[in-house]
Design a protein around this ligand. Sequence first.
Ligand SMILES: CC(C)(COP(=O)(O)OP(=O)(O)OC[C@H]1O[C@@H](n2cnc3c(N)ncnc32)[C@H](O)[C@@H]1OP(=O)(O)O)[C@@H](O)C(=O)NCCC(=O)NCCS
Length: 184
Amino acid sequence: MTIIRTKRFILRPIEKADAPRFAVLCNDLEIARHTARIPHPYTRQDAELFVDQLIAARAKGDEHAFAVCRDNEIIACAGALQTGEQVWEIGYWVGADYRGDGVASEIADAMVQFAIGEMGAASVTAGYFIDNPTSGRVLEKIGFRDTGEAVMITSLGRAQPVSSHRLELDVPGFSGARDVVIEA
Ligand SMILES: CC(C)(COP(=O)(O)OP(=O)(O)OC[C@H]1O[C@@H](n2cnc3c(N)ncnc32)[C@H](O)[C@@H]1OP(=O)(O)O)[C@@H](O)C(=O)NCCC(=O)NCCS
């Protein structure tokens, strides 16, 4: 079981018992509108399905989602999804009460370190909807660059396709936070 320790948080694999907490955190239009796979409103049943899918994907090895915990409480979620040979896409969301405090920046950095260090990614990608500049800033700080490509991605939370910026990390130029420890 992979555990990632950052300066302030512990990222651990998502478990079945996490569904009730995800049901609370994800019932948030901000998360639904700015991600692809989270409907709104978000029910306990949606959370149970989400958790089951992520546990199955982890067993397959092509997606690793982590519960981001502070003092044993889940405050956010981060993941890395394999989209090609040695190509991994990172994603994240932060619970409403925990935004504006550098959480996304810290966990996105950790996901990049996980993708490169543990998954052997040669290329790390990410994307954000055009009306979510906050996420764009998080990615820019880590060293992602806009590819100039814009793709339409359906957001379940909006029930319609939304234009999305595509970004790629400058992997050789990436240094990452020094205090991240990955225990495989
Ligand atoms: C987007 C999200 C992940 C950001 O999380 P967070 O923990 O608040 O982000 P951080 O505090 O680490 O960093 C936010 C950065 O954006 C900046 N920012 C805030 N509002 C901004 C705006 N309107 N335009 C540009 N930058 C903005 C902040 O100043 C900060 O940058 P700084 O460190 O240089 O000051 C969070 O709001 C969220 O979960 N939203 C809903 C789901 C989502 O959007 N997920 C990402 C999908 S790509």
